[in-house]
Design a protein around this ligand. Structure first.
Ligand code: NAD
Length: 291
């Protein structure tokens, strides 16, 4: 069984996930490139290392919760760093990465590590609660052996198919989620322009067929109160929708709404800034909707 977990990437999501694993009894050794992130994570009681090699040495399980697949590849593959882990250790790639890149990664490290992609949905709040949704890709056997770790982090683990399937599923989810944020923002702009109250619009949508996660959660918790504090960056949402758009292209699919949604998030990311909260898409929609 898994005893030692190396947790790489102690940001908005990684920090609470690593803390929950530590509290569940795993020996968690964390690493992050940012000193601030390391200090913050250290306050939770887990061991934090200043060196990646030390963090993964003799590990049974490496969890990566980094911004994207390029960084995951860079961190693990350069200088063959992944070789410091035990042969046969599990790599749980929980970042929202690109599925085809994850397959490549799996080929690069596959002689030494068993790879499962296991991205999550639910945001910072559910990361803290340990109730994320996990979408896993890998062999049934590898997904089974990763469950002791995944079940601490998640209340729902879906097996989606072979390596890469979890990352494909995650990009599809975030396409629908990001399109929902745009649709809900345009709906509020349209309705208020006509003279409806924003609160009324959201309440009616939530009791009707137009409801989605943006109307049910984001509008009142982060947008209409102008808190913009979901903890999920605009640049990360844009990256995820870009992954879905690239996947569609690689499969020779023409999906117009996906293309338009991708362009819109890319523009917003450039103009509002990638590190702004993604719920600021509402401001982008509002300020760009006058003809
Ligand atoms: P974040 O930016 O808060 O955290 C990423 C961490 O990675 C940072 O602490 C950063 O210092 C560290 N990092 C960057 N480059 C590094 C390197 N080369 N070596 C070591 N550490 C490095 O991002 P997050 O919100 O925690 O998201 C992480 C992943 O999870 C992303 O792929 C994101 O798309 C996905 N995700 C985020 C949310 C959310 O609500 N925030 C929800 C689901 C999935």
């Amino acid at each position: 069984g898994i005893k030692t977990v190396s947790f790489i990437g102690l940001g908005q999501m990684g920090r609470p996930m690593a803390k929950n694993l530590h509290e569940a009894g795993f020996r968690v050794v964390g690493f992050d490139a940012s000193e601030e992130a390391r200090l913050e994570a250290g306050k939770s009681g887990l061991i934090v290392s200043n060196s990646l090699e030390d963090a993964i040495r003799d590990s049974d399980c490496i969890v990566t919760m980094l911004p994207n697949g390029d960084i995951v590849q860079d961190v693990l593959v350069s200088n063959d760093r992944f070789l410091s882990a035990h042969k046969g250790a599990l790599l749980l790639e929980m970042s929202s990465s690109a599925p085809l890149q994850t397959r490549q990664l799996s080929e690069l490290v596959g002689t030494h590590l068993r790879v499962v992609d296991a991205p999550v949905s639910g945001g910072v709040k559910r990361a803290i609660e340990g109730t994320l949704t996990v979408m896993a890709g890998g062999s049934n056997e590898d997904i089974e052996s990763s469950k002791p770790v995944l079940e601490v982090i998640s209340s729902k683990v879906f097996s989606c198919g072979p390596v890469g399937a979890g990352h494909a599923m995650k990009s599809i989810n975030n396409y629908v989620s990001g399109a929902g944020v745009v649709a809900a923002s345009e709906a509020v702009r349209l309705g208020t322009e006509f003279g409806l109250e924003a609160e009324t619009i959201v309440d009616v949508l939530n009791a009707s067929s137009g409801k989605n996660n943006a109307t049910e959660v984001k509008m009142k918790q982060f947008i209409l109160n102008e808190a913009f504090s979901s903890g999920f960056a605009l640049g990360l949402m844009s990256k995820d929708i870009g992954i879905a758009a690239d996947l569609a292209k690689s499969l020779n699919l023409n999906l117009k709404n996906l293309e338009e949604t991708d362009l819109m998030w890319k523009r917003a990311s450039k103009e509002v800034g990638g590190s702004a909260d993604h719920t600021r898409m509402f401001e982008f929609v509002t300020t760009n909707s006058d003809s």
